[in-house]
Ligand binder design. Structure first.
Ligand SMILES: Cc1cc2nc3c(=O)[nH]c(=O)nc-3n(C[C@H](O)[C@H](O)[C@H](O)COP(=O)(O)O)c2cc1C
Length: 173
């Protein structure tokens, strides 16, 4: 049930060295392609990286918050052609979330690594660093990286009594 997947999904930043089966990678990527998008423009594209050296370099995208990617067997770069849609950020974010939920459903753990609006160094954005590294053409922007692998840490699922029910409003604020 999707609600159970939503409760058990936690950000996983420690991964087993075990490879992910190609069939599971394919399912994750096909799930991404099923993502809804504004006017069905589908401005996103996805780069699945399994090459360890490249993953190691992707882990250096930011000064903090990306280093744990080194231990992941799979990174998916979620990018979008920003010339196609003014809401590419929303489209890319939905696809990234679907990737995380598909991974969870397959018994894998994942974590979002924010790239858009983040710096690599004072002179270079994290997005430009990744575009150079992966050979991504100019008209694309990088939303995020999703680190995926078999979990090597246990995190408690969310419980219903932890939910911020005060944030729910019926009919008016
Ligand atoms: C838009 C977004 C950006 C995030 N960026 C990062 C990041 O750069 N590095 C990281 O380790 N986690 C990142 N996270 C993961 C959050 O820290 C995590 O989802 C949050 O702490 C809640 O924990 P949970 O995912 O286990 O529920 C990001 C999550 C989202 C949704």
């Amino acid at each position: 049930m999707l609600f159970d997947i939503l409760k058990s999904r936690r950000s996983i930043r420690k991964f087993q060295s075990r490879e992910i089966e190609q069939e599971k990678i394919n399912t994750i990527l096909k799930s991404a392609l099923l993502s809804p998008s504004s006017r069905s423009i589908r401005p996103w594209e996805f780069i699945a990286v399994t090459d360890k050296e490249t993953i190691g370099r992707l882990a250096q995208s930011k000064q903090a918050g990306s280093q744990f990617l080194t231990g992941a067997p799979l990174a998916v770069a979620v990018i979008a052609d920003h010339t196609l849609s003014d809401v590419w950020v929303e489209d890319a974010s939905i696809a990234a979330t679907i990737i995380q939920l598909a991974a969870q459903d397959l018994g894998l753990g994942s974590c979002w690594i924010q790239i858009r609006e983040r710096a690599h160094t004072e002179e270079k954005t994290a997005g430009d660093y990744i575009k150079e590294l992966l050979g991504i053409p100019e008209k694309y922007s990088v939303e995020c990286l999703i680190a995926i692998g078999y979990p090597d840490e246990e995190k408690k699922p969310y419980e219903e009594d932890m939910l911020q029910n005060q944030k729910l409003h019926i009919n008016k604020f």
